[in-house]
Write a protein that binds this ligand. Structure first.
Ligand SMILES: [Zn+2]
Length: 286
């Protein structure tokens, strides 16, 4: 059999025209703007960080769907005894493809279902996939894709919320400012603390699912879906690629080498099917 050891480090390519993160984006303004941010100045050189929380929730939701499509149930992300605002929400979810968080653990099996294994969180157990934030910069030459970075342009969006009452003549009620990243293209870096074939298969299938459902309200990324933000093209970068090949993916002037094409074939025809078999068994097991 061919070498099927899988890299602990995997990368997901994310591309989007506009991303607004609900929990906000941390900006790094000290380079050029020196605190004097003019939103219409094309010279703005502001980079920043997209926190991992939103990315993680988006991915987890995609993975839950994959498990459910395969006939399994996913660990509920919330504690059973949490105070849900609406009565019956938890039970309704349990009927719709979830099991109670941690119910998949028992005495002789303490890894639980594949979602719990990956994301952790029950009784302080750490998840086996580490989700990192994405650092973005408007200067492409300074973006290091192998470190999970992206080209992206910080934008502050202003929204005037106006009165809808006719007598008010569209008088502005308040002005809302949103932090956004425009024209994002880069890498989300995920590290497996422990690699299992089913983890990689689940990641690959979830990224495909999210890409196919990128315009579905439920599967957009971030917190501004109503404004067309968060529609994301996503693609798992072939885990067989070496670093120079990963960089080449983002080089608009260069295409795949024939070595990369061969790796793509090997990934699709040999590795992925094998990992998917492991995932099928794991999902069946619960
Ligand atoms: Zn579970």
């Amino acid at each position: 059999m061919e070498d099927t050891t899988i890299n602990h480090e995997v990368y997901v390519r994310l591309q989007t025209d506009l991303l607004v993160i609900g929990d906000s984006i941390m900006t790094d303004r000290h380079h050029a703007s020196n605190g004097n941010y003019e939103e219409d100045d094309p010279q703005n050189q502001i980079g920043g960080i997209i926190p991992a929380f939103s990315l993680s929730g988006w991915l987890r939701h995609g993975m839950e769907k994959v498990v459910q499509k395969r006939g399994g149930t996913a660990c509920h992300p919330g504690e059973a005894n949490a105070n849900f605002r609406k009565d019956g929400v938890y039970n309704r979810d349990l009927d719709a493809g979830y099991h109670e968080k941690g119910a998949c653990l028992d005495d002789d099996d303490d890894t639980g279902c594949v979602i719990l294994d990956l994301f952790g969180g029950f009784g302080n157990r750490p998840g086996k996939v580490m989700r990192r934030p994405i650092q973005f910069s408007p200067v492409r030459s300074s973006v290091d894709y192998t470190r999970g970075q992206a080209e992206g342009h910080y934008r502050r969006l202003n929204r005037n919320v106006v009165s809808r009452n006719g007598e008010d003549n569209r008088e502005p009620l308040r002005n809302a400012e949103l932090d956004a990243v425009g024209n994002l293209d880069g890498c989300w870096h995920l590290s497996f603390r422990e690699t299992k074939p089913e983890f990689v298969a689940l990641l690959a299938e979830a990224i495909d699912f999210l890409d196919e459902h990128q315009t579905d309200f439920m599967h957009q990324l971030g917190g501004a879906r109503n404004f067309g933000g968060g529609i994301v093209d996503c693609d798992l970068v072939n885990p067989l690629y070496e670093e120079h090949e990963l960089r080449r993916v983002f080089d608009r002037g260069k295409g795949n080498t024939s070595k990369m094409d061969k790796k793509d074939d090997r990934w699709k025809n040999e590795h992925l099917p094998e990992f998917q078999t492991a995932l099928a068994e794991r999902v069946e097991d619960v």
